[in-house]
Design a protein around this ligand. Structure first.
Ligand SMILES: [Zn+2]
Length: 63
């Protein structure tokens, strides 16, 4: 195995899918390679969390 270079789907930057990451993916049973760099994955995760928090706030304010 060796480090792989992948172009991020979101920002178009090249990032390294390292051997360690590849092993981690295998352990988790993921067949797919990541399509986004670490930053973009984190951003998307943060966005999801924010959206969830906002939805919770909306529900609370309706009461
Ligand atoms: Zn990216």
């Amino acid at each position: 195995m060796q480090d792989e270079k992948i172009i991020c789907k979101d920002c178009g930057q090249e990032f390294i899918h390292s051997v360690r990451d590849q092993e981690f993916y295998k352990q988790q049973g993921f067949d797919n390679k990541p399509v986004r760099c670490r930053d973009c994955r984190k951003k998307r995760k943060d966005q999801r969390n924010n959206t969830n928090a906002q939805q919770r706030n909306n529900i609370n304010s309706e009461n």
